[in-house]
Ligand binder design. Structure first.
Ligand code: ZN
Length: 148
């Protein structure tokens, strides 16, 4: 069997949290070995097209507030974000809106710490991908890691 590299939970940093509350460090686009994406806040080189063109990322309400979050928006949650959130809750068991609430409640740094705990595989200590049902490294089912 091919020896795989574990992704350390320390890859979750404040920069990896997108304006919508998505934790880009959990994305398959970031965790893949070939041409990994740098995340929403990173450069566009290997970013998926739908993320480069993301309406939330380029929302006019975001204005000049670089590195800001949708939490500062008066229309939160807008229809776009609600749609995205609904899809992620249903498909991946993760809510951007819950993340944004946690960022408001805890502050970004503590949210990041909480995310590291939440998305660390109890089987091997690697970072769990939100888009996969099992740990990409040891194959353990994601179930238990979601209870945070
Ligand atoms: Zn694992």
């Amino acid at each position: 069997m091919k020896e795989k590299t574990g992704y350390p939970p320390s890859l979750i940093t404040a920069e990896m949290i997108a304006p919508c509350g998505m934790n880009c460090a959990l994305c398959i686009g970031f965790l893949r070995e070939r041409r990994p994406c740098a995340g929403c806040n990173g450069d566009d080189t290997h970013k998926p097209k739908h993320c480069v063109e993301c309406a939330i990322r380029h929302c006019e309400e975001m204005g000049q507030d670089a590195g800001g979050f949708c939490t500062s928006c008066s229309t939160l949650p807008c229809a776009r974000l609600k749609r995205l959130d609904k899809r992620y809750v249903a498909k991946y068991g993760m809510s951007m809106l819950e993340n944004l609430k946690a960022i408001e409640r805890l502050g970004l740094e503590r949210f990041v710490e909480q995310e590291r705990d939440r998305w660390t595989c109890p089987g091997c200590g690697s970072l769990i991908c939100v888009h996969q049902e099992e740990c990409m490294v040891c194959g353990r089912a994601r179930g238990e890691a979601e209870a945070a």
